[in-house]
Design a protein around this ligand. Structure first.
Ligand SMILES: Cc1cc2nc3c(=O)[nH]c(=O)nc-3n(C[C@H](O)[C@H](O)[C@H](O)COP(=O)(O)OP(=O)(O)OC[C@H]3O[C@@H](n4cnc5c(N)ncnc54)[C@H](O)[C@@H]3O)c2cc1C
Length: 256
């Protein structure tokens, strides 16, 4: 069995987590491990159990006619660059969206109306190929429970430079420090960041984690931030927003 040692305090985008021996997952050896992609949306505790990461054989991109076949370990940025070079549209939103293709499909990652499920045709999991029609995708969620090893997308149009530039502009007000992106999903008709700011938590600090003064739905690691610091601020934000507005904030990030 193949394993790899990963120091999650360096690997994860928020720079939190222990050094762990993780199993390199293939379709043949998967046994209910918790799969990590690039850990850009996952908060990893000090003692996570049974962690796996995809084997490198799931890092490929191929074009056949109007079909794009992509290994789930491919990083979003790699797919974005490939599509731009080959005049393929529909992936412009991946320019600054960190993470892997597999993690992004599971989370139905996206920016505004651009979501990874839009051009998706099918995924290959341990149970074999599953067509998109048999899957459910919603706002930053899907009903996918198994590892995704690869995916096929339909190429519907060419690369759109204007859309790319427009989506990049939306990122200008994002904090630059290590984070997991948005911590909470936006509740219907409102913004999690606005609610957290309204209860006075913007700029609040616990240990090495700061609720960003730029965007209150980004909790950033300003140095030495821990799993416990994150959890404390997540629970505090949920409690205060519920007390003040009766709204239950729901995590967008995954905690393991
Ligand atoms: C600065 C910053 C900005 C961000 N901006 C955005 C944004 O604009 N829009 C947005 O949607 N997200 C955003 N994110 C969140 C994150 O980038 C996305 O959710 C990304 O798709 C997660 O990919 P990942 O590989 O890191 O997933 P991980 O965090 O590793 O995993 C996330 C979930 O996917 C599962 N998973 C991972 N790989 C697979 C696989 N191969 N098969 C099945 N399940 C898998 C994991 O088990 C976990 O449940 C941002 C994050 C950061 C740090």
């Amino acid at each position: 069995m193949m394993y790899k040692v990963i120091d999650f305090s360096k690997f994860s985008s928020i720079k939190i987590g222990p050094k762990l021996k993780v199993k390199l997952i293939t379709q043949e050896n998967f046994e209910e491990e918790f799969l990590i992609g690039r850990a850009t949306n996952t908060l990893i505790s000090n003692t996570p159990k049974n962690i796996g990461i995809l084997d490198d054989k799931y890092k490929f991109i191929e074009i056949k006619g109007n079909i794009l076949r992509v290994g789930a370990k491919v990083q979003n940025r790699m797919l974005y660059n490939f599509c731009k070079r080959n005049n393929i549209g529909g992936f412009e939103f991946l320019a600054k969206l960190p993470g892997s293709v597999g993690g992004s499909i599971k989370m139905n990652a996206g920016v505004k109306k651009e979501e990874i499920s839009n051009n998706l045709k099918a995924i290959r999991t341990v149970s074999g190929w599953i067509e998109k029609d048999a899957l459910e995708f919603g706002y930053r969620k899907s009903n996918i429970k198994e590892p995704v090893f690869e995916a096929v997308f339909e190429i519907k149009r060419g690369y759109d430079k204007n859309l790319d530039e427009y989506l990049l502009k939306l990122r200008l007000n994002q904090p630059k420090e290590p984070s997991l992106g948005s911590v909470f999903k936006n509740p219907k008709g409102d913004f999690a960041g606005r609610l957290i700011e309204s209860v006075g938590l913007k700029g609040m600090k616990k240990g090495g984690i700061l609720i960003s003064p730029i965007h209150a739905n980004f909790f950033v690691n300003i140095g030495g931030g821990s799993f416990e610091d994150m959890l404390y601020l997540i629970n505090l934000a949920k409690k205060r927003v519920f007390e003040e507005f009766g709204i239950r904030l729901e995590e967008e990030i995954v905690i393991v």
